[in-house]
Design a protein around this ligand. Structure first.
Ligand code: R5P
Length: 313
């Protein structure tokens, strides 16, 4: 069985780079919208009998990329693909891995159900909001991490008196991972979420006074979490500059301006999400996940282990 790679529309440069690492071409496809917004898709090359990898980040607005992914998977299945793996560098709805109130849906589990019913056999994702989300999927999840690649970028920037900061309790494990990579101590911001775009920092746990903070998170959406964390750190005596690190730079709405307004912030992230333009007013460095995903695809296709490649130390 050979393998084929099909890309959705949300991050075609990343898909092309993954294909280039594998010495493959992307399956040509026509993906348009009908006048009423419905998806109009055609695979312009046969995938019959193939091991197919569909690359699509569900970046904002999450539902449209998700629908595209489902349509591509369905088209592959109906065209006789032998196996279909969804390669979703950024997976939306991952934060909805539990219900915080009664009468709420369980978004992550629902995404798992629709992917399975469309015909996904396996999922490859990077730095999911929580590893426990795997339980929302009835098929195998290959959970990769961009932390080693991001830590490599950070190493020359990190100050000797640096401190890795988790901007909320949920990111503590991630912070510990960066701390091991960079051999720095950890501090934690106690955060309270008020709404989708507002958060409040209640306090800082750990020694940050006189230290240069590196704030790490899985994603930056509106920038509210980072804004609150940086404010709390500076109030607690942390030194400038501040490095802000997140695998998924969603940068929704005025998130970039919000971070730029903090001054003396440097941004480090990956290319799981395609940015329309580089964030204005912030020095930004990005690590590519293309090589990591290309190796994951190759190993999975050959039924080789990806445990070490996945990067979870
Ligand atoms: C939440 O638990 C996540 O790890 C991020 O901290 C959060 O989703 C970031 O969102 P925002 O940038 O909108 O605060």
């Amino acid at each position: 069985m050979n393998f084929s790679i099909v890309s959705g529309t949300t991050n075609e440069p990343l898909a092309a780079e993954i294909a280039r690492h594998l010495g493959h071409s992307l399956v040509p496809r026509t993906l348009r919208r009908f006048p009423d917004g419905e998806i109009d898709l055609h695979l312009d090359q046969s995938v019959r009998g193939q091991d197919v990898y569909v690359i699509q980040s569900t970046s904002p607005p999450v539902d449209e990329p998700l629908a595209e992914l489902l349509f591509i998977v369905d088209a592959c299945r109906l065209a006789g693909a032998e196996r279909v793996t969804a390669v979703v560098p950024y997976l939306g709805y991952a934060r909805q891995d539990r219900r915080s109130r009664a009468r709420e849906p369980l978004g992550a589990r629902l995404v798992g159900k629709v992917l399975a019913s469309a015909g996904v056999d396996r999922l490859v994702a990077i730095d999911l909001h929580s590893a426990a989300i795997e339980g929302c999927f009835a098929f195998p999840v290959e959970h990769m991490t961009a932390v080693p690649a991001l830590a490599k970028l950070l190493r020359p920037m990190a100050a000797r008196n640096g401190v890795i900061v988790s901007p909320d309790l949920g990111a503590v494990k991630l912070a510990e991972r960066y701390a091991r990579e960079l051999e720095l101590p950890v501090a934690v911001v106690h955060k309270q979420r008020l709404s989708g775009s507002e958060v409040r920092a209640i306090g800082v746990i750990g020694d940050v006074a006189g230290r240069e903070p590196i704030v790490v998170d899985d994603m930056i959406s509106t920038g509210a979490t980072i804004e609150a964390a940086v404010g709390a750190l500076r109030a607690a005596g942390a030194r400038l500059p501040t490095i802000v690190v997140a695998t998924h730079l969603l940068l929704v709405g005025d998130a970039a301006a919000r971070i730029a307004a903090l001054s003396s912030c440097r941004l480090v992230g990956s290319d799981t999400v395609l940015l329309a333009e580089p964030p204005a007013g912030i020095e930004t460095s990005r690590a590519s996940v293309a090589w990591l995903l290309s190796q994951a695809i190759y190993s999975l296709h050959c039924d080789r282990t990806i445990t070490e490649l996945a990067g979870h130390a």
